[in-house]
Every structure is written in C-alpha cells, then in structure tokens.
Design a protein around this ligand. Structure first.
Ligand SMILES: Cc1cc2nc3c(=O)[nH]c(=O)nc-3n(C[C@H](O)[C@H](O)[C@H](O)COP(=O)(O)O)c2cc1C
Length: 370
C-alpha cells in the first residue's frame, strides 16, 4: 500500500504517509502549561519506527501568553516548557519517530481567565466568537470572552513570538513546526474576509488580509528553514463562526504564497464529517494543492474523517501525498501496524478527549497486548 511508503518533504524524511494530526488533549502540567512525563509516554507510544506515525504533528502549542485559549495546553514560550518538550521529543526520537510542533495563537477564541492580567483576548475584530472554551480543571464549557481589536503596531511583536517559538522548537528537539492557520484561530481570523476588521495594510483586500499570516510564515521559515515548516488550513470549515465569501480564491492565493516560500508541506482539514462534506471540496482542495505545489511548495497533506482505504486511494490517485489522522491515532497507538495487518482498530472514547488523566490517553492497547 502506498500509504505505508516513505515520504520526504523538504528537510523531513518520514517513514510512512500515516501522519498524526494535531490533537489538543489538555494534559499539560499546571500551573505553567508545561509538557510532562505522561505526555512524553503518549507521544512515544505513537512514534515507533515500524508501528507508529511517519510524522507526529503535536497538539496545538501556544507561542505566547496571549496565545492560550484552553486550560492545560502546553506552550512553547518559557524555558520550563522548552525543557518539558525536550523530554517529549527525546522519547519520540528514541522510538525512531519524528515530531513537529503545531504553533498556535487562538486569537479571539479565549477567555479573560486565561489571558495575562485578566485582559480580553486579542483579535483582528472586536466581535465575540460565540465559541465555548474551558478555563480550569473542571473542564466545564464557558462562553469565550469578547476580544479587543488589535492595533497595527502590535503585530510585529506577535510575528516575533512565532519566530522565537520556532527557534525554541528546534532547541527543544522538534524536527520542524506546523503553523496553525486553521480552525478560525488568529491567523485564520486575519485571512477570512468576514472576520478581519483591521485597517490598511492588514485589512480589506485579500492581499492585505494575507499579509500578517504570510509575515508569520516567513519569520518561521527565516528562523529554522522553510524545509522544516508546514502550514495548516481549513478552507471550508465553519468552526468558531468562520466566514469567508470565497474560500477557493482566498486559500489558493495563500497556498501559492506559501509555495513560493518553499514550505515543506501544506496540510488541509477537508471536512470533519464526510457524511456532511461540502461539495466544493472536490474542486477547491485540488486547486489549493496545485497552487501550493506549482509555486514551489512541497507536499499536500489531507485530513478529515478519512478511512484507511480512502486515504490510500487518494494517495495513489495523487490527490495528496500523505494523510493525517486524528481520532484513529488517539485510540490506536500502533495504527500503522494495524493498517499493515488490515485491522482491527480500537474505537475512541470522546468522553476522555480532554480530561486530564492517563485514562483514554496512554491506556489504549497496542495489538500485541490486545
Ligand atoms: C480531541 C481533538 C483535539 C484536536 N485538536 C486539534 C489541534 O490542537 N489542532 C488542530 O489543528 N486540530 C485539532 N483537532 C482537529 C484534528 O486535527 C482533525 O482535523 C479532526 O479530528 C478530523 O480528523 P479525523 O477525522 O482524522 O479525526 C482536534 C480534534 C480532536 C478530535
């Protein structure tokens, strides 16, 4: 099966095309949002050179204190967090795996309780996201706070936060980074015409709306090399009240610009549910992938409610070069070995996606112990 064949993208040599999608699990050590031994064990279980993922994309990882939007998500902006991540990447590499860090700023999807000095979250608009988040160990859902609209002169500082986080990632032993431009967090909020209320030169026409996300991508590429940087988008998502009048055009132009930078991969959430898939996927996604590659970008990585069979078929038909799986990796630490054997697969338990213990985290059985 082609899905089991190696794939080299930019500076990343991956042993198979069964990548692990970024998955927030809210199990960092608190206070401090620091990765801990339990997190290292979880990632190492999924990193085995034979049985594990060709490339693990870490859970979304805030680049600065204002980048946090959910309780107990591990950051990459303090020395303690960097040291915590080093234990994770060491454990992954010992098992023969590879791991990149998903760099995150939530923008308006946050709460004053998680922000420095109890300030409002920051965003390219001052409108409430109508999203829910959780702000303490009870994991109870609360409404996101109404954001404060950013000033243009604050943006260079945020670009710097991303670049410094990328450099910290390399020091922490990551093989690269994925910039989180998806799911209507900060970069996506700038990109979409229904969400960006910034003045010139960061708001208005598409070229302006892409300026900040592209500055972030360029700064990360300058910091660690474009061949170690990927970018995630979700062009047809309606998550967190996402609005864009023409996602096909918006994200094709973004993809071409990222391709010109020579980024290693572009990763798209095509859908969360294939039974309700947006029919535009059939045309919009190939156009975006082509724009990225024609401009000089590396691989196109697909994600979203894929079965193993569909994933392999899409790789063989050149729709994509690799597929990132989310929930399958939550419940199958040896997912690649299971694919090789034709299954069976453990079912995931949604109730333990975000609860803070080892239950539903490191206790899913591998085949040998099943
Ligand atoms: C528990 C959970 C946490 C997630 N956390 C993230 C995240 O941190 N960053 C991100 O870009 N997507 C995140 N996602 C979305 C997944 O990466 C993926 O796009 C989605 O689960 C669909 O893929 P799947 O059908 O293979 O699970 C999360 C999804 C789940 C279920």
């Amino acid at each position: 099966m082609k899905i089991l064949e190696p794939l080299t993208v930019g500076g990343l040599a991956t042993s198979n095309r069964v990548w692990m999608a970024p998955l927030t699990r809210s199990r960092a050590q608190m206070p401090g949002n620091i990765p801990r031994a339990l997190n290292a064990e979880y990632y190492a279980q999924r990193a085995d050179a034979q049985r594990g993922s060709g490339l693990i994309i870490s859970e979304a990882t805030p680049v600065s204190p204002t980048g946090h939007g959910y309780y107990a998500t591990p950051g990459i902006h303090t020395d303690e967090q960097e040291a915590g991540w080093k234990t994770v990447t060491d454990a992954v590499h010992e098992r023969g795996g590879k791991i990149v860090c998903q760099l995150w700023h939530v923008g308006r999807v946050s709460h004053t309780a998680l922000q420095p000095n109890g300030d409002p979250p920051i965003a390219p608009n001052g409108r409430n996201s109508k999203s829910k988040t959780y702000i303490d160990a009870t994991m109870e859902r609360v409404d996101a706070s109404t954001p404060r609209k950013l000033e243009v002169d604050e943006l260079p500082g945020i670009v710097r936060d991303f670049a410094q986080a990328a450099s910290r990632c390399v020091r922490a032993g990551f093989d690269g980074v994925e910039i989180h431009g998806a799911n209507t967090y900060l970069l996506d909020q700038f990109t979409r015409d229904g969400m960006n209320d910034m003045p010139e030169p960061y708001g208005g026409p598409l070229e302006n709306r892409l300026r900040f996300p592209l500055e972030v991508a360029q700064a990360c590429a300058d910091a660690i090399g474009a061949g170690r940087v990927g970018y995630r988008i979700s062009p047809l998502s309606d998550h967190h009240d996402a609005i864009d009048s023409d996602p096909g055009a918006t994200f094709s132009v973004l993809a071409a610009s990222l391709g010109r930078m020579g980024l290693a991969f572009l990763h798209a959430v095509e859908t969360w549910d294939r039974s309700k898939i947006d029919p535009r996927v059939e045309t919009v996604i190939p156009a975006i992938a082509r724009s990225f590659k024609d401009a000089g970008g590396g691989a196109y990585v697909a994600n979203g409610d894929y079965t193993v069979e569909l994933a392999n078929q899409q790789i063989e038909s050149d729709w994509c070069d690799a597929v990132a799986f989310g929930k399958m990796w939550i419940s199958n630490p040896d997912f690649t070995e299971r694919i090789r054997r034709g299954g069976p697969y453990n079912q995931w338990n949604r109730d333990t996606f975000y609860t803070g213990t080892e239950v539903g985290y490191t206790d899913y059985p591998a085949l040998a112990d099943a």
